[in-house]
Design a protein around this ligand. Sequence first.
Ligand code: MEV
Length: 321
Amino acid sequence: MGEWFTASAPGKFVILGEHSVVYGKPAVTLAVDLRMTVAVRRSGWNTMNGERLDFRRQPHLRYLTRDLRHAIDVLTYSEIPVGSGMGSSAALSAAMALAISTMEGDSLSEEEIMLEAYDAEFYAQGNGSPMDASTSVHGGGISINMPEPHGRHLWDVERNGRRWSFNDLSVPEMTFVIGNTGIRAPTGPQVDKVQRYMERNHFAREVIDDIERVTIEGGKALMRRDLVSLGKCMTEDHKLLSILGVSCDALNKLVNASLPYSYGAKLTGSGGGGCMVALTDEPEKVCEAIISRGGTPYVVRTGGPGAMMEPNPPDKTGLKR
Ligand code: MEV
């Protein structure tokens, strides 16, 4: 058995632009203070949390371990609700890519770790954008394909004729409340659903263009710290995502319950279940409203750091064994 290598990476939420970003449109995301921690070590057998590692159920791990000449033990511990639109899968790929490359003595750049994590996500579920992987690897705030972005340029990614340009985004202090419906909804099928709609219906393409307009407007409001306009754009984005067919009753209930105490609210991530997010000055009231409709609230701090190595051996990080 080898030495343990432990890394962590943050979850995220999308302020504006999910789904349309898949088609190369703009988006804005923030990393949160909920993290995925992964530890790896060389081993005689492939195991995950003490059980035999089944690569058919973990295709992104199959991708990330493709060049290893030895088996590994993997331990994972997630503070991020899984399958909820908060980027748990990309955070697992990001932390795992960093832990494996460190174990193998490869010193990869942030951009190389991001590409490894994105390729793993692409291998596992196809079709998505590099937004989740970029947010989880870089942390903080990220703007994608925004006209006149404010922050430092991070990287460009091209795939299947689409192009995404990433910039760092420093954001003002804001309080967001996440509401989890508790309904697990993996990203791949939601992205495929929108794609089928786009192929069949010209109207869907118009909705994607409207999401682009609202994202640019809301992104500008965020940069000039105009929370009222940003909130309005978030709520409008939710309506457009509902028209695209990626909301559901449980999400609409949590959004509607939050709105009286919020600047704005919307689903976040791929939808179909998972989480919504509200921008608010009254987090307690939003939390109560979410609980009263059967959801689980989290008040999140934004701007969490990106993927990083953790000094602790796994038994001290609370990892599931
Ligand atoms: C998922 O967090 C966001 C989507 O836009 C998919 C993607 O960008 O890969 C729905």
